[in-house]
Design a protein around this ligand. Structure first.
Ligand SMILES: C[S@@+](CC[C@H](N)C(=O)[O-])C[C@H]1O[C@@H](n2cnc3c(N)ncnc32)[C@H](O)[C@@H]1O
Length: 210
């Protein structure tokens, strides 16, 4: 909370927010962090900012690093989803939007692959479409494909969907987003933010919804 007060003590630029998202600090469950390559997340953040997003949905919130960023960019609501119970982090995560923002943070704990969970996301959206969907949850090929198929309908035409960890070389065998990305990247308008084609892990893929 002390770090949050410091973060909120002045109006931040996008670059500063990205730096905070990566190095916020804190301890235990209250540690806020995202593991990103700065150039990649900055490119994504600029693309999302250009949408002037009202509503953002994130699947895979973990330590809240990217949630901090979406809370800065969205003017209305961020719906953040994770398998983890986020009730302990809720007092911190829900205060992420800047003091002059009217953005609300809604935390949904549960499995994105369950029909009942998808219904909870739909209820939170209350008929609105998201401007941006960040898919960074289940990294298996079937898991990421399911999240794309299940949640793309919630994104407005002209909106964006991003996937994290799209590069082929990955530190874990369960990081299989590349297999999914190779399959869909030619089917639609896509952009890749990959800092170094030889890197192990990371890489962001972006789709514009028709
Ligand atoms: C890589 S982390 C997300 C990192 C976060 N987006 C960031 O960069 O700050 C992936 C998260 O996805 C969550 N996750 C994995 N499978 C999921 C599922 N089926 N439904 C919801 N969340 C899931 C995990 O619990 C984990 O916290």
């Amino acid at each position: 909370m002390r770090r949050l007060r410091e973060y909120h003590s002045t109006r931040r630029s996008l670059d500063e927010v990205i730096d905070w998202a990566m190095h916020f600090g804190g301890k235990g469950l209250m540690k806020v962090q995202t593991l990103q390559i700065p150039w990649e997340i900055t490119q994504l953040a600029r693309a999302v900012q250009a949408l002037q997003p009202k509503v953002i949905v994130e699947i895979g919130t973990a330590r809240g690093g990217t949630l901090l960023l979406w809370s800065y960019l969205a003017s209305e609501e961020v719906i953040a989803c994770d398998l983890n119970d986020m009730s302990i982090q809720a007092p911190l995560f829900t205060r992420f939007p800047p003091p002059d923002s009217r953005c609300k943070v809604t935390l949904l704990s549960g499995n994105s692959h369950e029909t009942a969970f998808k219904r909870r996301v739909a209820t939170a959206l209350a008929g609105r479409k998201a401007d941006f969907l960040f898919i960074d949850g289940d990294h298996t090929v079937d898991g990421v494909a399911a999240d794309y198929e299940d949640y793309r309908e919630f994104v407005r035409p002209g909106g964006l969907i991003a996937f994290h960890d799209i590069v082929e070389k990955q530190p874990l065998p369960t990081n299989q987003v590349a297999q999914f990305w190779q399959r869909i990247k030619h089917e639609t308008e896509t952009t890749e933010f990959i800092h170094d084609p030889q890197q192990c892990g990371f890489g962001i893929g972006l789709i514009r919804v028709n």
